[in-house]
Design a protein around this ligand. Sequence first.
Ligand code: FDP
Length: 281
Amino acid sequence: METTVDAVVEAVADAAPEIRGGLIGRRSYEDSSNASGERQLAADVYADQLLEERLGSIDGVGEYASEEREDIVDVGEGLSVAVDPLDGSSNLKSNNAMGTILAVYDDDLPAAGEDIVAAAFVLYGPITSMTVARDGVVTEYEIVDGEMRVTEDAVSLPEDPLVYGFGGRVPDWPADFESYAREIERELKLRYGGAMIADVNQALEYGGVFAYPALESAPNGKLRLQFEGNPIGYIVECAGGASSDGTQSMLAVEPTDDVHQRVPLHVGNEALIDRLEDALD
Ligand code: FDP
């Protein structure tokens, strides 16, 4: 299993410069929509095809699922990989940060966060970095020509939180979340850029809280459990923080049979997530 996980993580690192390079000239929308009904950019489709090809051909990988395709692809026997090939791709138009998210599950999809054996994200910022969580440890790398160079070998959330970022329109927030947000905005600085990966990385780096909460118009929020909620919950918990769907850890959320299931997501320093759960009671 360890060898397969190594191969999957390395394949994503190796693909990252190509995904980044492939953004050029792929900023326009295709005629297609993804499984969640969102319009797809040419870059979303390109990154998904590249990752399916690379991850699907690794020995020991049994299933490939992506936010950009309707169905789970059966690619052999073994671990399941779930990816969000380009998280925050609506930032491509305005040339802001985006990411790639990876979850490796030791179970068939849709799986629970508790079945994750490794999770990672690539952040296409001024530098291409990759943050990998395995065996309770989070390591940050810079990706140079597809090679992973360690930049921090035990990432952990700073004890004193500094930043927050909350998704969704304020009038669409339920009243209990809004009261929580009003308290937090008096204590922390706003850092929100519209790509979950980049916004979560602010909380990992500076301490704080990121949420894409349940909305009045979308009680399950916007983000997807298999591709976003579970891996991000796993990474933040491995970094000493906490995750919640509003009442329990992301990793305890029971998956439905819909691989594109949505879930409210809240991650950050434990004390801030405890307060959130109290506020949403
Ligand atoms: P995007 O639609 O641009 O891919 O789940 C995807 C995501 O971005 C997250 O990265 C981001 O946090 C959220 O959606 C932003 O959504 P809205 O701006 O539509 O609220």
